[in-house]
Design a protein around this ligand. Structure first.
Ligand code: SF4
Length: 407
């Protein structure tokens, strides 16, 4: 039996389509400080390997927006900026190049602020998630519905936000009406699904630690998915976001909404540092590795400067540089091979990991590989400098706009 899904409009979050029959995507949220670019990117790669299709990062301060300017061009998955109280952070996140915003209508309430952000999103072709949260509902709605959070109040919150968006001709929207109370959350989403045709982002907010949090979120999200409601999902657990990504992926597999595969392949987006055509190497790697049917996480990275570090959580990876491929296991370079042998060597090392485990593979690292890799890395850094993606120019724009707003 297959689930008949509710028909909706479609929004495009970077390369990931949401709604209108697109595969249901899994989201999670980083727990690092967004201003810590390297730690945030490492977590993004880790959750992408665990099954996240889209990642949300908080943008709560100017340094976070500046971090996003450096994270977005190097992230393997689209990035959504989470905005709570300050609409200027939404504008700064847009300057940073994010793929989508999440606005909480309970927290940003001034119509002129909402419209300014929506207008800018319209001009840039960036969608917004209206993220209604039962715990931070607009006080006027809370009062209107008898000093309690009801499904009607949450849906009305989303409708009010939509009115502001429509006032500036903006319609590129997905919506969530999350609550920590599961029956309330289910009721709110059902009502919303009957009221609008926008794609819906499902979640039980603050579900809590494992195992109870997992259970709560699964009942809420799973019930709605089984009814055909929901286009993208997030588990909000008090746990490592890797657990959230894994749970999302497993739930979709359980319901037959995502194909089960043994291989988790992630590829970097190939930014200004790329030394190889990442897409074609990733495709060749996928074809070769899928045939092996080994449960393994593999990263294909465009450069040796950041590749092994960004994808250090992957079991195995390859990063390109100066006509060679650096093979790495859990972020440690184990071999340096000619570029045209990268995929073949990837297959050999995947077999080694399958037979001998990670420790066994690390024990077979070529003598001198780490040193050779470091020399290539330094040479590339010397060639292209520290700012190969011109993130500095975006950061300047963010600073200028924020300084003007503050004066
Ligand atoms: Fe990261 Fe290098 Fe790929 Fe750019 S080319 S995204 S820095 S691995």
């Amino acid at each position: 039996m297959s689930i008949e899904r509710r028909s909706t409009r479609r929004v495009q979050v970077g390369k990931v389509a949401i709604g209108d029959g697109a595969p249901i995507s899994v989201q999670t949220m980083t727990t690092t400080k967004t201003r810590d670019v390297e730690a945030t990117l490492a977590q993004i790669y880790a959750v992408a390997g665990a099954g996240a299709d889209i990642v949300r990062c908080t943008c709560n301060e100017i340094e976070a927006a500046e971090g996003l300017a450096q994270i977005v061009p190097r992230s393997p998955v689209p990035i959504i900026a989470d905005i709570h109280h300050n609409h200027r952070m939404a504008l700064a996140a847009l300057d940073a190049g994010v793929d989508c915003l999440r606005l909480n209508p309970g927290n940003i309430r001034k119509p002129e602020h909402i419209r300014t952000v929506a207008k800018e999103c319209k001009d840039r072709g960036v969608p917004i998630r209206i993220g209604v949260n039962g715990g931070s509902l607009d006080p006027s709605l809370y009062t209107k519905y008898g000093d309690q959070v009801t499904a009607q109040a949450m849906v009305e919150s989303a409708e009010r936000e939509l009115e502001h968006f429509h006032a500036v001709g903006f319609d590129d929207v997905k919506i969530s009406v999350k609550a920590s109370n599961v029956p309330l959350m289910i009721e709110a989403y059902r009502l919303l699904a009957d009221t609008v045709d926008y794609p819906l982002h499902l979640g039980v907010t603050e579900a809590g630690p494992l195992p109870a949090g997992l259970l709560k979120a699964t009942v809420g999200i799973g019930t709605l998915l089984a009814e055909g409601i929901g286009d993208t999902i997030r588990y909000s657990l008090t746990a490592d976001p890797i657990e959230e990504a894994k749970a999302g992926k497993q739930l979709l597999e359980t319901l037959g909404l995502r194909e089960r595969t043994g291989l988790d392949l992630i590829a970097c987006p190939s930014c200004g540092r790329a030394e190889v055509d990442v897409i074609s190497v990733a495709e060749a790697a996928r074809n070769a590795l899928e045939a092996l049917d080994i449960p393994i996480q593999v990263a294909v990275m465009g450069c040796v400067v950041n590749g092994p570090g960004e994808a250090r959580e992957a079991d195995l990876g390859i990063a390109a540089g100066r006509g060679r491929g650096h093979l790495f296991v859990k972020g440690k370079v184990v071999a340096v091979v000619p570029e045209d042998e990268m995929v073949e060597q990837l297959v050999q090392w995947a077999k080694t990991i399958n037979e001998d485990g990670i420790e066994g593979a690390l024990g077979r690292a070529d003598d001198g590989a780490a040193l050779e890799a470091e020399l290539d890395r330094q040479a590339l850094l010397d060639d292209k400098g520290e700012d190969a993606n011109q993130s500095g120019a975006l950061i300047e724009t963010i600073r200028r706009r924020t300084a003007v707003a503050a004066n």
